[in-house]
Write a protein that binds this ligand. Structure first.
Ligand SMILES: [Fe+2]
Ligand SMILES: [Fe+2]
Length: 194
């Protein structure tokens, strides 16, 4: 992936500083917003006693996490690895994604009638909490990305466009109760997952 450096439109670019955009729409702002959204749904899942609501929330969580991990895998992580050469951080994040995807598939293949459904969603929330901390902590992936010469504005645009394309494949679909396979882009995505 090309690494175009961000041009200063104001002409006040600071060459001695590696500071980059901190706008909410840049790559890191977009990925953090995804994290917060899913955390909110996990909290709601823990509070509700309604099976319908659990199914709805788990559907939202699984879809959002599949799209999020996919755009990180396709766009953000390769750019991070190229810019920073931080192989350990990159590889551990990919392995954590793989673990989450396996549990997501199990959740999508079952439902609230499954004795282990709540446990599976709880363990997924704990896996994601750990993974998000690895990305957001001091000296974690995002901090190192900010210190690098990654073009976070351009990456943010790419992430947003890819996210929109993947999400549009979900339009009109309903949370999967486990009785039928997912169709469309998301179905192909889930089978393409390593
Ligand atoms: Fe993330
Ligand atoms: Fe991630």
């Amino acid at each position: 992936m090309a690494r175009a450096k961000r041009k200063s439109r104001t002409g006040r670019g600071n060459r001695t500083s590696q500071r980059r955009s901190s706008r909410a729409t840049d790559a890191i702002g977009l990925l953090k917003a995804d994290h917060r959204e899913v955390e909110g749904w996990f909290e709601q899942f823990e509070k509700t006693r309604s099976d319908d609501r659990k199914l709805e929330l788990a559907g939202k969580i699984c879809t959002a996490l599949k799209v999020h991990t996919q755009i990180e895998h396709e766009i953000f992580y390769p750019a991070f690895l190229e810019a920073t050469e931080e192989e350990d951080i990159h590889h551990e994040a990919e392995v954590e994604h793989d673990g989450a995807k396996k549990l997501i598939a199990q959740i999508e293949g079952s439902g609230p009638q499954d004795d282990y459904y709540d446990a599976k969603v709880k363990v997924l929330s704990e896996m994601i909490k750990h993974h998000v901390n690895e990305e957001e902590k001091r000296d974690g992936m995002f901090a190192k990305a900010r210190q690098s010469d990654m073009d976070l504005d351009a990456l943010g645009e790419q992430l947003a466009a890819r996210k929109q394309a993947l999400m549009s494949g979900q339009q009109g679909s309903r949370p999967n109760s486990g009785r039928r396979p997912m169709r469309g882009v998301m179905g192909r995505m889930s089978t393409a997952i390593r």
